[in-house]
Ligand binder design. Structure first.
Ligand SMILES: *Cc1c(COP(=O)(O)O)cnc(C)c1O
Length: 380
């Protein structure tokens, strides 16, 4: 028997069969009518999922490509920008901005902290910034930031607001227009239920205007004006990732058919179930015990146990793939992703495999409690 594999990470995530089948079709030409129809439909569906009237462009890139474009296109070297981070992905904004020679003010909160809007307000009062870079779901820690509050502070001080919603879009509420987010970046391999390889970026009028000013940081491929002009003509500037765009159109159709609100509710329930299971087993949560943090659940590795070893054993012995900590958290936490094509049985599988591995390692845990508590929290 081939080994049955379980993907329980916050990206990549499992892909539904309907989407896989759409992507298995013979390749069609990207300038033909069939692709044009799907591309336009996909672009319109993206707007619905982003909750925006703004254009949403796609790049054949991982999520970081979308982030890169959200730095180079709206800044000139030397521009003052603020990065407000509390984890690995938030810090990535600072790395990109530094790469492009910007004047970066980095509000670097501890990994695992929830970004404090008052800290952002303090920095903006000291000196204005052209752009504020934020992270919605900090996948490295499990913390979901209050983007509405942070964006309101940035807007009050006249800054453009750019948000990494790579792991949050489609899983938890993202209100691009209602929260006045100028730029929102998403990635295909998270809650959108696709393989890696597509970045989607929504662009407000103000962000578009900034991208048209002379002296921008140079980028030939990740070029917003070219992508927006092509989108206006119902096409792309270069050969798009045809397969992924066709898959995304199907995946977004599924998400919208089910309804965003229903999906958000289901993700909240899965988060609740996962946290309840972790606690019942006797482990301590690292990510906040709150409904908002419904993307990834992080738990502290038990005293004296290497988190990486838990992850490795779960994968090698049971083919259940979760992930460990990144950077300073490596070895200290484990993370279970529950976004996209997931249901309660996936959570129970992850918890069961974790229980078996911890018991194997001689960790004293409450046997059988995780699944029972997870189910109870799910049904509540
Ligand atoms: C996954 C992720 C990224 C990076 O995306 P890649 O597709 O790996 O480039 C960035 N930010 C967050 C919050 C993520 O979850």
């Amino acid at each position: 028997m081939p080994e049955k594999k379980y993907m329980m990470t916050p990206g990549p995530t499992p892909v539904p069969p309907e989407v896989l089948l759409a992507m298995a079709e013979p390749i069609i030409h990207h300038r033909g009518a069939d692709f044009r129809r799907a591309f336009v439909e996909c672009s319109d569906r993206l707007k619905e999922v982003f909750k925006t009237k703004n254009d949403v462009i796609m790049f054949a890139a991982s999520g970081t490509g979308g982030m890169d474009s959200a730095v180079s296109n709206i800044n000139a070297p030397g521009d003052r920008v603020i990065v407000h981070s509390a984890g690995n992905f938030g810090e990535r904004w600072a790395k990109i901005a530094t790469t492009y020679g910007l004047d970066v003010c980095h509000i670097k909160e501890e990994w695992g902290a929830t970004p404090d809007p008052a800290k952002l307000a303090d920095e903006l009062k000291k000196a204005p910034a052209k752009v504020v870079y934020l992270t919605h779901s900090e996948t490295s820690t499990g913390v979901v930031a209050d983007i509405q509050a942070l964006a309101a502070v940035a807007k009050e001080h006249g800054a453009l607001v750019v948000v990494d919603c790579i792991s949050s879009l489609g899983a938890i509420p993202v209100e691009t227009d209602a929260w006045s987010l100028d730029v929102v970046v998403a990635g295909s391999q998270k809650a959108l239920m696709l393989p890696p390889g597509l970045a989607a970026v929504s662009i407000s009028d103000a962000a578009k205007a900034a991208s048209e000013e002379p002296g921008r940081c140079p980028s030939f491929f990740l070029n917003w004006p070219a992508a927006l002009k092509a989108l206006g003509n119902e096409t792309t500037a270069f050969t798009p990732a045809v397969t992924l765009v066709l898959g995304m159109n199907v995946a977004l159709g599924m998400i919208l058919d089910e309804g965003l609100e229903k999906r958000f509710e289901n993700h909240a329930k899965l988060g609740r179930a996962c946290r309840a299971g972790i606690k019942a087993m006797g482990l301590e949560l690292f990510s906040p015990d709150e409904d908002r943090s419904a993307v990834v659940t992080a738990a502290k590795a038990p005293e004296g146990i290497d988190g990486q070893k838990i992850v490795g054993t779960m994968r090698d012995k049971y083919a259940v793939q979760i992930v460990g900590g990144q950077g300073v958290l490596k070895g200290h936490i484990i993370r279970i992703g529950h976004i996209g094509y997931y249901d309660i049985f996936d959570i129970l599988t992850a918890l069961s495999a974790l229980e078996l591995v911890l018991a194997d390692m001689g960790v004293e845990i409450n046997r059988g409690a995780a699944v029972t508590s997870a189910l109870a929290a799910f049904e509540q």
